[in-house]
Design a protein around this ligand. Sequence first.
Ligand code: ATP
Ligand code: MG
Length: 362
Amino acid sequence: MAKTILTGDRPTGKLHIGHYVGSLRRRVELQNSGEFDKIFIMIADAQALTDNFENPEKVRQNIIEVALDYLSVGLDPKVSTLFIQSQIPELTELSFYYMNLVTVSRLQRNPTVKSEIQMRNFEASIPVGFFTYPISQAADITLFKGNVVPVGEDQEPMIEQTREIVRKFNSVYNTDVLVEPEILLPDNKACLRLPGTDGKAKMSKSLGNCIYLSDPEEEVRKKVMSMYTDPTHLKVSDPGHLEGNTVFTYLDAFCKPEHFAEYLPDYENLDELKAHYQRGGLGDVKVKKFLFAVMQEELSPIRARRAEWEKDIPAVYEILQKGCEDARAVGQQTLAEVKDAMKINYFSDAELIRAQQEKYNA
Ligand code: ATP
Ligand code: MG
C-alpha cells in the first residue's frame, strides 16, 4: 500500500514553536527520508472559519503566513503538495456523506471538541460547523488516503474518530476504498504538547503565549528571558523544581548533547544541568541564556529562509495554486470511488440502466 502523509494547520495565526516541535519538524524529517509516496500538507481555512466565520479577513491574511512558515522550516513544494482546504470541494462533499455515519452523542464525547468549546465560551451557541469539524477532518485525511498523520497529542481523538468513520464506511458499503490512518506523535515527550511561555498547558495562538517561528531574534530573547520557571526558586541557592518548569521543558524539546560543549561547557549534558538546578546554586538567568542559544541555533536558519521567500510572495501563491490543482486531482479520484461504493453513480453504471429498462419490459 502507498505510504501517504496528510496533515495541516489552521490559518488562524503564524505558526509557533509548539507547531514546530509537535508536527512541522517531523514532517520535514519524513519528507527528507524519501520513504513516502505522497505528502499532502493542508492549510485548513474552512476549518478555521468554523470558529472564525465572522472574521474571514483574519483567515485570508494568515494563509500566506502559514505558507511562508511551511517553506521556511524546509517543506519542499517539489516533494510535498501544499494546498488550501477550501479549494477542494470534494472535501465538503465527502464530509456530507460521513455525517450519516456519526452520531451527535459521539461528537459530544470527543474530548478535544469538548475542551475547545469550553475555551471559546460557546456554551449553548455552538455553531454546527464547529461541532462537526472532526467529521470534516476525517474527510481531509481520507480523501487523500493518508495513512500517516504526524500531529500533536491534542489531535489523538480526531484520528480515533477518523478510524471509526473509515471502519463504519467500509463495513456499511462493503468496500475497502477508505484507508485507516495512524497517528504519528513526537517520540519526545516534551513535544507532545509544548506549554506556553506563561507555563499554561498548551502553547496556542488563541492563548497569546507563543514564540513564533517568525519572531525576530530580539523578540525571542525577550520572551525566553521572561519565561515562567519555578515560582519557589527565589534565590540562586534555593533548590529548584523541574516539574512544570517551562524552561526545562523547552530544553527537553530543543537541546542536543553537543550544545553543551558549544554554549555551556561546565556541564556534560542536560541531566547534569537538571541535577544542579534541583540541588540549588544554579540561577534561572543562566539556564535561560543557554536555552536562548540553543533555540537560536534551530530558529535562525528558519528565519533566514523565510526572509528569502518573503521577497517573492507571488511565487508562494503560485506554489499553493499548483498544490490545490494536484490535490484536487487526487481528491476527485477518491470521491469517484466513494460514490461507486455508495451506489450514487447513476450515469456511469450501464448495468443499472439496463436493469431498470428490464423492469418495465417485463
Ligand atoms: P488554534 O488555537 O487556532 O486551534 P493551534 O495553535 O491549536 O491553533 P492548530 O492549527 O490547531 O494550532 O494545530 C496544528 C498542529 O500543531 C496540530 O498537529 C497540533 O497538534 C499541533 N500543535 C498545536 N499546538 C501545539 C503544541 N503546543 N504542542 C505540540 N503540538 C501542537
Ligand atoms: Mg488547535
